[in-house]
Design a protein around this ligand. Sequence first.
Ligand code: UT7
Length: 466
Amino acid sequence: MIDTIPRSRRLFRGRAAPARRPRALRYAHVIGWGMEVPSQVLSNSDLEAIVETNDEWITTRTGIKERRIAAQRETTTSLATRAAQKALDLADVLPSAIDLIIVATATPEHIFPSTASLVQDYLGATNAGAFDLSAACSGFVYGVDMAVSKIQTGTVNTALVIGAETLSRVVDWTDRGTCILFGDGAGAVVLQGSDTPGGVLGSVLRSDGSGWDMLTLPTANSRETYLQDGAHQQGRIYMDGRGVFRFATRVIGESIRDALTQAGLTPDDLTLVIPHQANQRIIDHAAKALKIPEDRVYSNVARYGNTSAASIPIALAEAVEEERIKPGDIIALVGFGGGLSWAGDGHRVDCRALPPVVLAHLGPPPGGLRLRRSAPPADPQVAAADAALADDVDSHGARLPAPPPRADQQVARREGRGVAGNGGVLSQCFTSPPLGANAPRFPLSAAAKRYPQMPPIPQLLPPRCA
Ligand code: UT7
């Protein structure tokens, strides 16, 4: 006899089948972004006193002029949290509305707990799941892909994806081939589900583990034989620069093309590419590989160096601030690095999916659009918790003086809108002055004092400098 029970229900004979999740396709839009970098600047000329190098070599081979170095009390978590707060403030999203937090990092404070769980706690994102993602410099694009997949299936509505690093703590300061490259910082985006077509249109994730030993950061669990070969050290970055360079130039164009093909687009449709900021020569190669003008490939590598998983979201945040991204634009992100791993995606920026504060950043919205506003949480307990956080109660319960509200928060308050995030809390916990030309530079003589987490400077210096 033919079984007439549908296949999907056969397993549930005798008991009720679980409710089916509605399968309406959602679109995942980036609706907020933020960045945080330490205020300490390490210039190329500062490096001349640490390793045998010079500004001319670093500039011509990498395009890097300076990088940021975390102060003692700054951590991957604190940078990540500050970047996330800015993204939430801009998106006008309350911490309690976040369903998922992904932190892409190669420099977590712990293997567990995850940095993402610490960020979840600092933000007061009481409804969010949280995990770290390890894909080196490709990690941010991998993280966006994970969040987009969850949003598209409807299991998550709002996700926070963060790239955050304190690479200065794992750089070998005696290796001039790597220590000149890396810097610290964090960037974050808020992704949200919408019925408005657009947002992330296609993405590709790739890996070639056969090249694992070209770029490594060994942990306490690394094989003894690997750590005893004289070239590698636990907790220090090792890189075969030329090998990684060849790999990066091979994959940078290919992964964007593949992601755009998925979305039925071509490189000619691109307004802006935001590549991982590893080296200006690799960034320039992206334009050649895609046959697009160089000014359509964003670069800020000169100011921050290579911040690994943080470089793309930092560049994205700066590109928007510099008005390089407008509603209607097609942009692509591409990451590459340790694994070896690489990933690319394509986005269409659609103003119908963006909150008002974001639109104010992007330019005046086209007339007649009805814009979304985030509603305060329905659950009174959650609303009270958010209010308490916004009133500057830090996650450990200490009451802190309220900092002056930022200009956009003042506008939001005047308009009677809820202000997302707990903006003042972390500015009290992890004070760092704003970016700008006047960012303080530290004298080299004070370097040992400023880098207590690193070996003392005399150990870092080659014998002739010590
Ligand atoms: O984020 C993950 C992805 N990472 C990357 O994409 C990095 C990819 N690689 C690179 O960006 C480049 O390979 C580097 C910037 C790391 C190196 O540039 P390069 O043009 O490949 O230089 P090289 O390693 O071939 O070195 C050329 C010369 C060597 O001297 P000899 O052997 O020719 O006498 C190096 O010892 O430059 C020397 N050198 C330096 N000289 C002054 C290496 N580092 C330095 C330095 N200052 N800092």
